[in-house]
Each structure stands twice: as C-alpha cells, then as structure tokens.
Write a protein that binds this ligand. Sequence first.
Ligand SMILES: [Zn+2]
Length: 253
Amino acid sequence: MFDPILVVVCCAGLGLTLSYFTLGSSRLPHQFQEKNSEDVKDNENSRPAKRRVMFVTAHPDDEVMFFGPTILHFTQREGALVYLLCLSTGDHYDQGRVRSKELWESCHLLGVSRENILLYRCDDLPDNPSIVWPTVRTANLINQYLHALDIDMVVTFDSGGVSGHINHSSLYSALQHLVEEDYLPENCEAFSLDTVNILRKYSSLLDVPLSYALSSCAFTVDRKQYSIIQRAMRAHISHNCDLSNDVQVMQIT
Ligand SMILES: [Zn+2]
C-alpha cells in the first residue's frame, strides 16, 4: 500500500531521477489492468498463474536506471515472472563485455533470474546515440520472444526515450509497430515509460502527485528497495569485473 512516509524518504534519496521512475502508457493504446486471478489458472495445480512481464531495453544499465522500481514491483510485490530483453551490450566505448557482466549483477539484485536475461549483440542494432535502429527488424526480434515466452505484459521506453537516446526511442517505434499491426500475442499489454519535461524532472517530490495523476500506473520504492536500486546502480560502475561466461550473449546474423 502507498506509504507517504516511505515515499518521502525515497523521493529525497532519489532526487533528480525520481521522474524517471514512473511507468505509464500515455502513448500506447493498451491500458494496464489487473488480471483476474480466477481467469488465469495453472491447469495442473489450479493456482493462479504468474504474470509474465518482459522489459525491453537498449543498453546494460537501462534496467535499473530507468525501470528499477517497476522491475522491483513485479519481482517483489507481484511475484511475477520477469524477463529482460536487452538489445545491445552497450559497447559504444568498447566496453560491451564488461557491461554485460555488470548487467547480470544488476539483474541479480533486482530479482531477475539469470536464465531470464536475454542479451543481444547485433551488428544492425549498435549502441550508438546517432543511429536509429530499423523498426521492423527490431519489432520482429522483440515479437519472437513475446510469443515464445507467452508474455502478457511488455514494457519499454516511450518515443522520447526518457533520456533522449535514439536507441531508446527506436524500441518504442518497434513496439508501436507491433501494437498498430496487431502483432502482439493475444492478451499481451504494452506499456511505455513516460518521458517528462525538464521542469518535472527536477521537481523531485513535487512530481509524485503529477506522476500518479498523469500516468496510467506509477510505482514508488520503499527504503529497502531504494537500497537495492543503489546497489544495482553501483554494479554498473565496476570496471574490474571478471569477464567470465556468466552472461549468454546471442549473436544475430
Ligand atoms: Zn540506454
């Protein structure tokens, strides 16, 4: 339940980045709806099936920098089955292998299972802030996993990309294509993270009521979750990690 005391602590701590930590669907036509657990049953044991949520990001660190509270909501509060599809290793500065390892560490802290991390290295989807990723190609790549994993909720950036990175915006274009062409799996809902203007971005606590009012859904974190996010963020600034094979990187040809 919404706890104003914890939110105050959280907002003070998160400060300038608070406005990133809200989730909305203002630009995609699908609306968030709590699924009626009576409608979704596991056939074998008659227990309610877990929601299957996929976050689609462009670079290692997007998952915590922009989606941290949302991921924690689904891993901790809903107990959903959470997947992360990251479409580049973040090798713009030739640090792809290091950042891949950091992604695994971050996801571990956020509660995303190692086997649910899908990390791609693809020549035509480079980590580059000046290159727009091809929409249909990106959409097809995303959609194959939405269908294969029977995803019922997909979350990515909106057209503004939150930080303005073109790779982020490309993901929105791809998901928008899937929505408009009705290619998403049946019952799969699509959401985008709201990009806010610079005034809201730097208004910290004052933006909380606006986020709740203007977004179709929003998530805040308590102190414990805030600590988790801090640690996950720190996982992305380590440059001395062991380059082991912990993360499976899939090469697309
Ligand atoms: Zn990014």
